[in-house]
Design a protein around this ligand. Sequence first.
Ligand SMILES: *Cc1c(COP(=O)(O)O)cnc(C)c1O
Length: 458
Amino acid sequence: MQALRALPSVDQVLLSAIGQELVERHGRALVVAAVRARLEAARATIREGVAGAELAADIPLLVAGDLARAARPKLRPVLNLTGTVLHTNLGRAILADAAIEAAMAAMANPLALEFDLDGGGRGQRDDHLRGLLCELTGAEDATVVNNNAAAVLIALNTLGQGREAIVSRGELIEIGGAFRMPDIMTRAGVRLHEVGTTNRTHPRDYEGAIGPETGLILKVHTSNYRIEGFTAEVPAPRLAQIARAAGVPLLNDLGSGSLVDLARFGLRREPTVAEAVAEGADLVTFSGDKLLGGPQAGFLVGRRDLIAAINRNPLKRAVRLDKIRIAALEATLRLYRDPDRLTERLPTLRHLARPQAEIAAQAARLAPRVDAALAPHGFRAGVCDCASQIGSGALPVDTIPSAGLRLTGAGGDAPDRLSARLRALPVPVIGHIHDGALILDLRCLDADEALIGALAAL
Ligand SMILES: *Cc1c(COP(=O)(O)O)cnc(C)c1O
């Protein structure tokens, strides 16, 4: 077969100019494997009679393409233009510069993680955060674990193993994936004692459920839904009274748990962590990478004896934080000491606080440029108003007025086709489909050029 004989050998490809450049960039082992795979595929297509000798000349370029695709990191930055500021599937909070610098220093250097610089003896890794957390929340003591799911797990296990946790039927939440409160309880070794109904739970329901088997009362923030209409829940201060009278601890899982009043930024109030502490909860749990705007982490703040018991629980070691995130968290929490400048310094709050007029001006600036980039591919861009969401279980049904670009094309599948092409870019652009168009909400777009640069690769 003429065409088979025309194919180069592995060595010939390696010695070609392209081949040598590829070895320099990717290393010999990967290039040899990629050349072999391409040659094998070429032989198969020639035998099937679909291709001929022209394949031989293409081999080095095909290999170069294969290697470039394989070298592209799987986990790479995207532009979050979904309108959801804290998008769990896009990694939630973006860190402040101060937190990024602290994390880099922690990665590159030894640090006094569990070493007491004053006395020269052993220290605890939580010590770096305890003081700040107590100052910012008014709690007596604090500790920190891998994420809020772990915080809830270890709190339930420490306070209630082998006994019951009393929870309202209106608060038995499932939050994305496999985190369902009843399942976490089982794994924590705690028996669930449900009280009340889906829409109404009263003080007498809790009081009637308390008995010798009670380990704790649990209150859960209904992060991702809201029960409306004929409803009643027992407010945290009243629940704290009930718990205290019965001599059992009250655990309040806040979920997102903001450290500042969101009303400052024109949003509806969510209970702050300091309020939850002041309302008498014995332990409060919340996330590091939701409204707080830091890296993934779970905080437990509250009574000193309970925090000490949690730190003694063998599970603590299994869910502890690494030095990189402790460094980033310390820097993030420090920013909260100056609340007036938070929106300048914390990307999460900066994005949430951006006024619609500013975003609309950005959309007007970008629309003609995006339209020019898309027109050759059969799509058009115009400005639109849209509605952003906080995401990650904060104010689940509230939206924030925003603005963006409305991208359209011919045919009912145009939004899906365009969405797929933008996802396939080297810097993927993620929007959302609404009403027959692909919407790019610009609330989280810091720089115009980031979008223009990403679209240039179309
Ligand atoms: C988000 C959330 C959690 C889980 O927090 P992670 O930090 O994602 O582990 C637990 N409880 C509530 C109420 C939440 O909203």
